[in-house]
Write a protein that binds this ligand. Structure first.
Ligand code: PLP
Length: 265
């Protein structure tokens, strides 16, 4: 018999998020990003969306018991080197996931998903309090866009100079690092990473491509993947920005609406 030793496992990354039936965002974008970056992707499904290029037609959250069971299965046997969270839908799921993050030694990247690009709500209005009080304090990195900054802190950013105030307001809620995504401002997209002391600015050329579905999920998963591969937070964010910029440039038309970023570039 010619039994060779099994290959050593790559770094292990877990996404806890919602499924996008159209394959562009959510769990599907997370797992594609992880595959592209050379880590082993695992998924705890928190909600299932019925979704296509036109928007979210409906969603169903899983019972907390089902989310807890998936977490137990993964963590008790396989383990994890970094965790990414996305759409968590409800207060009880936000609290369940916050507990898991707080109990884990693995770094976590929290994408505080509130509303999709089409304006469909992916989080119950009453769950914002639990995001603020339980999820953010357990996060290593939180990655709000400007709408999420306003929802979480009341701070409205109108130009690049406002990014620092936004980062300070989110940092005050307890995460170790804040990455404020300024992509919705006019001009060159600029993001600000802040840990309460140091700030790092990241810019990227703007691509004239409206097929950007899944951008936020992809960025957060790429940060988690690079953390699992051994980078520190600023290096992981820099590499993740490069990855998502390439994925946006490669985004393609699909259906009658907004197509997805692409991972095969
Ligand atoms: N669907 C799911 C399951 C998501 O997690 C997200 C975002 O995080 C979206 C849709 C929204 O994606 P986008 O705003 O890029 O269209």
């Amino acid at each position: 018999q010619n039994a060779s030793a099994p290959r050593q496992a790559p770094p292990l990354v877990l996404t806890i998020a919602g499924s996008d039936s159209g394959g562009g965002a959510g769990i599907q974008a997370d797992l594609k990003t992880m595959l592209a970056l050379g880590v082993h992707g695992m998924s705890v499904v928190a909600a299932v969306t019925a979704q296509n290029s036109l928007g979210v037609q409906g969603y169903w959250e899983l019972p907390a018991e089902a989310v807890r069971a998936q977490l137990d299965s993964v963590l008790s046997d396989i383990g994890v080197h970094a965790i990414k969270t996305g759409m968590l839908a409800s207060t009880v799921l936000v609290e369940t996931v916050a507990e898991a993050l707080a109990a884990s030694d693995a770094p976590s990247v929290v994408d505080p998903v509130g509303v999709s690009k089409h304006g469909d709500s992916l989080l119950a209005p009453d769950a914002v309090d639990a995001v603020r009080s339980a999820l953010l304090p357990a996060a290593t990195v939180v990655t709000p866009n400007l709408y999420e900054v306003e929802q979480l802190t009341g701070v409205k950013v109108v130009d690049e100079a406002g990014l620092r105030e936004a980062a300070e307001a989110v940092k005050a809620l307890g995460p170790r690092w804040v990455l404020v995504k300024g992509g919705h401002l006019p001009g060159e997209p600029a993001d600000l990473l802040f840990d309460g002391e140091h700030e790092y600015r990241f810019t990227a050329p703007r691509h004239d491509n409206r097929h950007t579905h899944g951008t936020g999920c992809t960025l957060a998963s790429a940060i988690a993947s690079h953390l699992a591969l051994g980078d520190d937070v600023p290096a992981a964010v820099g590499k993740a920005k490069e990855y998502v910029t390439g994925a946006i440039a490669a985004g393609f038309a699909l259906g009658a609406g907004i197509g997805p970023v692409d991972h095969g570039w």
